[in-house]
Design a protein around this ligand. Sequence first.
Ligand code: C2E
Ligand code: MG
Ligand code: MG
Length: 683
Amino acid sequence: MIGVKDKRFGKLGRKRIWPSILMFGLFVCVCVAAFSFLIYLCAVCIMGTKISGHYEEALQVSAVFSELLDNGETAEEAAAQMQNYVVGRKDICLTDQSGRILLVTGDSQPDFDLALKFDIKQDVAAVADSKSGLVSGQTFASMFRMPAKDIFAGAFEFDDQGKTRAEWMDETIIRQDYWLRAPLKNDDYLLYIKYNLQAQRQDIAYVYILGFAAIIILLIPVILLFVNTLRSIIMQRRMAQLIYLDTVTGGRNWLYFRNSGHRILTRLRNSRKAFAMVDLHLERYNNYRACYGVKAGEELLEAMSGFLSARVGKNEAFARNEGADFGFLIQCAGENEQEYRDYCVKRVRSLLAELTGLRPDQKIRFHAGVDLIPPYIAEDGKWYHARKNVDIDELYTYANAARHESDETQEQRIAFFDQDMLGRQKWERWVEDNVEAALRNEEFQVYLQPKYNPATGKLVGAEALVRWVSLSTGLITPGHFIPIFERTGFITKLDDYMISHVARLQAEWMIQGKKMIPISVNVSRAHFAQEGLAEHICQLVDAYGPSHELIELEVTESAFFDDKDILVETVKQLKAYGFRVSMDDFGAGYSSLNSLKDIPLDVLKLDGEFFNGDEDGVRRGEIVVKEAIQLAKNLNMSVVAEGIERKEQVDFLASQDCDMIQGFYYAKPMPIDEFEKKVEKDA
Ligand code: C2E
Ligand code: MG
Ligand code: MG
């Protein structure tokens, strides 16, 4: 899912240039309209002035004509006589109210289809002439549509053919016949008088000069707005680039990946396609930076980014997440899950191989975690729905979790995510979050598992085993948290806690005069690697004061593969303090007889695995156990057999002179109070 924050950034990142362009276009249109209107107004104004002159004259003509009609003259006679009273010959046209022509003098008549729009005076009506029509037929202003060069070029290259410039400018260049309607006293008739509208060169020049001035004035804001629009488009592009820029690699960043990945996966046409979220990880990046320098490290990441951008296909995306982790959303070919997996493995493997080649002289290793995203089929079983609730970060987290899971030493490891993995990781997190509080609340309880002497059947010892009785989850066995503690290092605190509690228990028994039973406590391998462990344990035990011989410390066999010198030293010191030390789980891993030679141990704990397996395995196990017991005896060690569940195993161990047996055959690990009852009965 895309969060509110992302949406906000996403909006900034979108390259929407059309609002700026639209605004600019709108402004230009307004300017053009204003310009045209200005020119039109100017033209109308000039022509209106001329027509007004004609109209004044027409009023006089119509007055004469009305007078003649009033004197009883016919229309024809009035028309003929009228010429005697007006200056210059005037063509007139008389119509009835319906516009039917009754009388026309001259060779043309009004063209009533071309009535002219004319706003100078309300009651003035003008009509085009049937012979000459109009330049454009619509308005007087249109008569000004003359090429500017006719006026200006001529004016600049003016050669006087006997004329002054003023005379030349006064020259009439437009002549246009038209008819003006003049009011008559007699309502039966309408009188039209023909006039010739003339425009001089200077009239048109005025319009053009005004036009140029207007263009220049309007051009300034247009240019400013254009520059501003251009700047805002460039700024927007830069901002989009910045928002999506990964400053380390110079490529796209995680925000971009989140947005574009979401877009790809939620596209309807992609719902039938399978995808895979891949976490590509460069191993030991910090070490690389430490050895080759920060700059070289970043250059390597940049090279990776460049390489991946050349490999990213349509419907795919990639970006660096953090450190040396890249998220890569790939589209998987295939028909079923196995085919998607195969495709994915092939593709990722070849990517990893090529990435490794980025630095041929240096050893760089890549690992990948993959979370497969199968085709989407909605709850109603239809495929034609788009994926919903896609959360790129969650998908990446799964891929990342998969990468974390498997063995890091392997070359080119590709691990696929599954739900168990998530469960494990969630559990780990829960453990890590709750462990400190659990220690404070004493949620860790000491359980004791008795050890019996098979010869006498008496309880002769015990092993302290931890149980986490969580207030929220209930009882948790060590297998669920010890490995996590070992990874996080918390195991040392737990060991201290157990040693202290066992010491306290022993001290209590001593004070209460109870039978003293030696108890062994597990000490983790991580703890054994620490210097000064013997003194530390000594202090923990001495805080309560029980006898050191009553406490035995169990070290797992695998600890013997660590730094042997420290181990030998610690064991010697522990022994010097009077503690007993045992080798736990002997035979569970790669047994090293050499360890027995080098380390002066007191007890050998044989792993229960010796007694498991098929008939032949058990028989062979018994041979090994027999020899191991013999070996331990020769080395002055006592032997404890663990995980013993059946009577025949007990009988066999008894026959081999095994000192103690610890197993479900006798008893399971139990709480202290239960153990104390058992001691009263069996010890
Ligand atoms: P471990 O020290 O080898 O302890 C013996 C384990 O074997 C115990 O498991 C015990 O319950 C189990 N066991 C005993 N008898 C039988 C049997 O007859 N059959 C079977 N199947 N199992 C038997 P648990 O208590 O679950 O402990 C597992 C491991 O966790 C221990 O192995 C030890 O390595 C570790 N652990 C337990 N408590 C502590 C602790 O306090 N500190 C440290 N560092 N590790 C501990
Ligand atoms: Mg143990
Ligand atoms: Mg053991």
